[in-house]
Design a protein around this ligand. Structure first.
Ligand SMILES: [Zn+2]
Length: 140
């Protein structure tokens, strides 16, 4: 029976080994997760440091010379963003003007009774129109 006892012992040891490995793996994963959290916190702090330097620069305060280029790069990119946003606004306005123009074209032609005229091209404007149906100009 020694043989079977031996086998039984080996199986028990094997199960214990596997269980120990699982426990180790869980522990290592927990530690890795903690390391990852710390790294995230460091990165967040670095971003805040950058924000502070940028705010100092904008306030006209002295910043470390080796950061001037970075700050100028951010300023240039902010200008680029503003330029891109301007293009979006242009597209939006053009689309609005086109919509108004289509609505005006669909509406019955303004007769001689028109009381408002386009400030751009002088075409008669229907009551409540914001954009000229003829030239698309926004009315003040
Ligand atoms: Zn017009």
């Amino acid at each position: 029976m020694a043989f079977f006892q031996d086998i039984g012992k080996k199986i028990t040891e094997g199960v214990q080994d596997a269980s120990k490995k699982t426990t180790e793996l869980i522990e290592v994963n927990k530690l890795k997760s903690s390391i990852s959290s710390e790294k995230d916190a460091i990165n967040a702090t670095k971003i805040q440091m950058g924000d502070k330097i940028f705010a100092m620069f904008n306030a006209g305060e002295a910043i470390p010379e080796n950061m001037t280029e970075d700050v100028q790069s951010i300023t240039a990119r902010l200008e680029k963003i503003s330029e891109l946003e301007g293009k979006i606004e242009e597209i939006r306005l053009a689309s609005e003007a086109e919509k108004a123009s289509r609505a005006a074209a669909a509406a019955p032609a303004a007769g001689t009774g028109a009381t408002r005229f386009c400030i751009g091209c002088g075409a008669p404007l229907a009551e409540g129109t914001v954009f000229c149906g003829k030239c698309g100009k926004k009315q003040e």
